[in-house]
Design a protein around this ligand. Structure first.
Ligand code: ATP
Ligand code: MG
Length: 445
């Protein structure tokens, strides 16, 4: 992509209304534009990041055996009247009336709709287990939308729903989700810690929230510092094996880690003092087994192997896809801008031409651009007439993991410079070696 033909409206000034660093950087880097409180357009750079996050979520969901669907954003109110949540949901629900005076709403979540789909088409244990998920926009009329996409009113969520014939089977689905979430966040270069959460009026302790530690997080969290040493890594887990999934869950949830809602000061005090940590965290996901809360009132029944009709056991499992764009920046930035992890970066690398219009510089940049693109690694090539300092500042701000700098002085000895955004380390090498280096980093060598 040539910057001269791209749409990257970076801001020189720091927006005064943005309180946290990720919001400021998303605005300055031209990733988003606020259209109303808590409602954003995703500009090209932001949209590329959002798509990368979505892609990873899709891949990891499907690796775990979950099936993608797409439900609408606008829902009829009568489904919510059946479950009893139409009145219970309160002012967070955006209610709409259509031209025929029918009550509709912009979905804040999809338990009712998925239960309706299920009861229409499934009636036997033979069709279970089943997990359906989608990635779709939600609307919640939050009292205080703030922090940019972190607490929006319209936001993108992955929500998945599990259907099982028994509680035992449903708990395997729960554990499987926990494992797949660990893997999803780690792939994005994020550490998200599962913490015991509050199940609210439904009760039970089968719910965990995943939190990214950050000073700007909205939740207060308490944990045993040993938990931050755990890594899922590249383990090969059989998602269909309940024992394997349970072992991972036990490993990652046996140490104390709770949000303020479930915090137990006495249990916390029993951790050795030097390991007690109090911090703030950003909730990037939640898993929840709630049994028959929706299947019972909505009549989603299945026949068991013994021929008995039982309400299906359900769980719902969410990932904050658009919030993750902000959370990733909170966890990956420095005073010059964003530092994208490679898996989610909007472009794998940038090319800076230090003397646009110089025949030699231009043709080397074009060659690098073409060769990387041919390998499926389309770089962002700054082919504008800006000064070198301004080009470097923009590249640092938008945070591409690697930069290839091409200038007349280096080319005299046949070299260009490859620089890591994260460490700032630079290395000189031939243009061919630079292409090979980037391709190698991204596994396209
Ligand atoms: P919160 O406690 O932050 O309001 P929640 O517990 O109500 O979130 P869930 O229903 O669990 O949210 O939704 C699943 C995920 O969607 C959350 O873990 C979070 O990452 C994301 N999410 C929820 N509300 C918002 C929002 N207003 N803006 C952006 N992302 C959100
Ligand atoms: Mg939640």
């Amino acid at each position: 992509m040539r910057l001269s033909r791209y749409f990257l409206p970076v801001l020189k000034e720091t927006p005064s209304d943005a309180q946290i660093v990720s919001h400021r950087l998303m605005l300055r880097a031209g990733m988003i534009r606020q259209q109303a409180a808590g409602i954003y357009s995703w500009l090209p750079l932001g949209y590329r990041v959002l798509r990368n996050i979505e892609r990873i979520v899709h891949e990891e969901q499907q690796r775990a055996g979950h099936i993608p669907v797409l439900m609408p954003t606008v829902q009829p109110a009568d489904l919510w009247q059946e479950s009893g949540r139409y009145n219970a949901y309160g002012p967070e629900m955006l209610r709409i009336r259509d031209r025929h005076d029918r009550d509709m709403l912009y979905g804040p979540t999809n338990e009712e709709m998925i239960t309706d789909i299920f009861r229409t088409h499934v009636s036997s244990y033979r069709d279970l287990p089943l997990t359906l998920y989608h990635i779709q926009w939600k609307f919640r009329d939050e009292v205080r939308p703030r922090f940019g996409v972190m607490r929006g009113r319209e936001f993108l969520m992955k929500d998945g729903y599990t259907f099982d014939v028994s509680k035992e089977a449903a708990l395997h689905a729960y554990n499987r989700h926990l494992v797949s979430y660990l893997r999803t966040y780690e792939r994005m270069g994020l550490q998200a810690i599962p913490m015991r959460a509050d199940s609210g009026p439904i009760g039970g302790d089968n719910t965990h929230e995943f939190l990214v530690l950050a000073d700007t997080g909205e939740s207060e969290v308490f944990y045993d510092s040993e938990i931050t040493d755990l890594r899922f890594g590249d383990r090969d887990i059989d998602y269909d094996d309940p024992a394997q999934c349970r072992a991972v869950l036990e490993e990652f949830t046996s140490r104390y880690a709770r949000t303020d809602e479930t915090h137990d000061p006495e249990a916390f005090a029993r951790i050795p003092t030097e390991r007690q940590r109090t911090a703030r965290g950003i909730e990037v996901g939640q898993i929840f087994y709630f049994g028959t809360k929706y299947s019972e009132p909505m009549g989603a029944m299945v026949q068991t192997a013994d021929g008995i009709q039982v309400p299906v056991h359900m769980g719902s499992h969410g990932i904050g896809v658009s919030r993750l764009a902000g959370a990733l920046i909170e966890a990956n930035h420095d005073d010059r801008g964003i530092v994208w992890p490679e898996e989610v970066a909007p472009f794998p690398c940038g090319i800076v031409n230090l003397r646009q219009g110089d025949g030699n510089c231009d043709s080397v940049c074009e060659a690098i651009h073409g060769q990387l693109s041919a390998r499926g690694l389309e770089p962002l090539y700054d082919d504008t007439d800006e000064r070198a300092g301004a080009k470097f500042a923009s590249m640092d701000l938008i945070g591409l993991p690697w930069r290839i700098t091409v200038g007349p002085r280096g080319l005299k000895s046949g070299t260009v410079e490859v620089t890591s955004r994260r460490t700032g380390d630079s290395e000189e090498m031939s243009p061919e070696a630079a292409v090979a280096r980037i391709a190698d980093i991204y596994g396209r060598g």
